[in-house]
Design a protein around this ligand. Structure first.
Ligand code: CAO
Length: 416
């Protein structure tokens, strides 16, 4: 079966993580994604954090699979002409340069729209157009701080903390992919392209929606009952860091299991879902708590929630995280072991589902990457290795009508 995005041609003017994560996703689903990179250098991540000398770094290979690579100096006249040709016959251009870089290159939205009125131009920036910080260059953690994630992550007695999950980068790329697909649907109706923009700050804020919920609740009632600060601690007028507390209406915490003294990841996450109270009591061997008015409602448990967690930790002391989950799952209790990246890399279920895949790379040999988290009933998403720098330059230039001599000339003049 042909892939759903087959026939969609994308100029991938992205680098580092936010933009490449977006275009990689579209490439998986069938788009022809042409990564345009500076001759001789390419995306900076090809060189960043290398683990094999002279081979593209995993930072690059894991964000650029299923793409083709064209080297092109778009600041030269000849390079601009190639880009113009590409724009005329492509559907989408994606970029995440610093603010104003595309305009300075001579490819403003107005110019691109003139070259190809059906073109969708999709951008990632740190802050949205017109924002008082719109001129700032932004990386992951800057966005996590500006988007409310850092002030609400971590423990109350520590500093604001960033997450290891790429809330600023890959998350913004995923938002942009939704924007591009929406604009493609729109174009199918109107024939017109449009500009699609996602700021990293906005994408983080979208994921911190529940914290803005909490700010308004705090403003109104002065406390947040699901936070560890309640009822024994103090609240100020801003949403505090809640440690490992559950973010919704279900109290939860990270609890120690057998071996925690030596293994920093011998923990499970345990959730006390309201209607699962009876099964929890049965699992813990505390049936007397089921009807006890001091325990049998969420409200009654609130002021002793950490005593309950301490009791559960005691119960967990002779069980590994896996043994604990195997017992608790029989009682329908929402829980999971805290998994390390090593465990994830080796997890048979994740390999089977295609979430963790091994792919072949011309320089590196085999490497692991994260496959499509979206699964389709009618499509198996195949992940291929990332392209070498300029691997497809000649074939792409030839397809644009350049002769062998013209291509050789461009190489000689370092245009490609
Ligand atoms: N040929 C010629 N020039 C090229 C080129 C090519 N193929 N590709 C890029 N360039 C030029 C651009 O035109 C620009 O030149 P000018 O600044 O002279 O106009 C320059 O290379 C790239 O600039 P940049 O600002 O994008 O790069 P940087 O390394 O200074 O900043 C980053 C990197 C990520 C901070 C910045 O791009 C940014 O803020 N992007 C938007 C937010 C974003 O996506 N951040 C997340 C990155 S993932 O962590």
């Amino acid at each position: 079966m042909s892939k759903p995005l087959e026939g969609i041609k994308i100029i991938d003017f992205t680098h580092v993580q936010a933009g490449p994560a977006c275009t990689q996703l579209l490439a998986w689903y069938g788009a022809d994604v042409i990564k345009v990179e500076r001759p001789g250098a390419g995306d900076v991540t090809r060189n960043q954090l290398r683990d094999i000398p002279d081979a593209d770094a995993l930072y690059f290979t894991m964000l650029n699979s299923n793409k083709r690579s064209l080297t092109l100096d778009t600041k030269t006249q000849a390079g601009k002409e190639v880009l113009e040709k590409l724009i005329r016959e492509s559907d989408v251009l994606v970029e995440n340069f610093g603010p104003g870089a595309l305009d300075r290159m001579g490819f403003s939205w107005a110019r691109i729209n003139e070259l190809n009125p059906g073109m969708i131009v999709a951008s990632v920036k740190g802050f949205s157009d017109g924002h008082h910080y719109e001129d700032l260059k932004v990386y992951e953690n800057v966005a996590q701080c500006a988007g409310g994630a850092a002030s609400t992550t971590g423990f109350w007695d520590g500093p604001p903390t960033v997450s290891a999950a790429a809330l600023g980068d890959s998350n913004t790329g995923m938002h942009l992919a939704i924007g591009i697909l929406t604009a493609l649907m729109g174009r199918a109706k109107t024939g017109k392209g449009q500009k699609v923009a996602v700021s990293m700050q906005d994408a983080v804020i979208n994921l911190c929606r529940v914290k803005l919920r909490d700010q308004q609740r705090l403003d109104r009632v002065g406390y947040l009952e699901e936070y560890p600060q309640y009822p024994h601690g103090e609240f100020s007028d801003v949403v505090p860091r809640g440690g490992n507390a559950g973010g919704g209406g279900q109290p939860g915490w990270v609890l120690k299991c057998k071996g925690w003294e030596t293994d920093p990841n011998a923990y499970i996450y345990f959730t006390i879902q309201g209607h699962a109270w009876a099964p929890i009591c049965k699992a813990l061997g505390k049936p007397e708590w089921i009807e006890d008015p001091a325990y049998n409602t969420a409200q009654a448990r609130q002021d002793k929630i950490f005593d309950i967690f301490a009791f559960i930790e005691n119960w967990l002391a002779d069980k590994t995280k896996y043994e604990a989950v195997d017992i608790l799952r029989k009682f329908d209790i929402p829980c999971a072991p805290v998994l390390t990246m090593k465990e994830i890399a080796e997890d048979a279920s994740l390999r089977k589902s295609g979430t963790i895949v091994e792919v072949e790379h011309k320089q590196r040999g085999k490497y692991l990457t994260v496959g499509s988290p979206v699964k389709f009933s009618d499509m198996t998403v195949e992940i291929t290795g990332s392209p070498l720098l300029g691997e497809h330059s000649d074939e792409i230039l030839a397809s644009l009508g350049y002769t062998k001599e013209q291509i050789a000339d461009m190489h000689a003049n370092k245009v490609v």
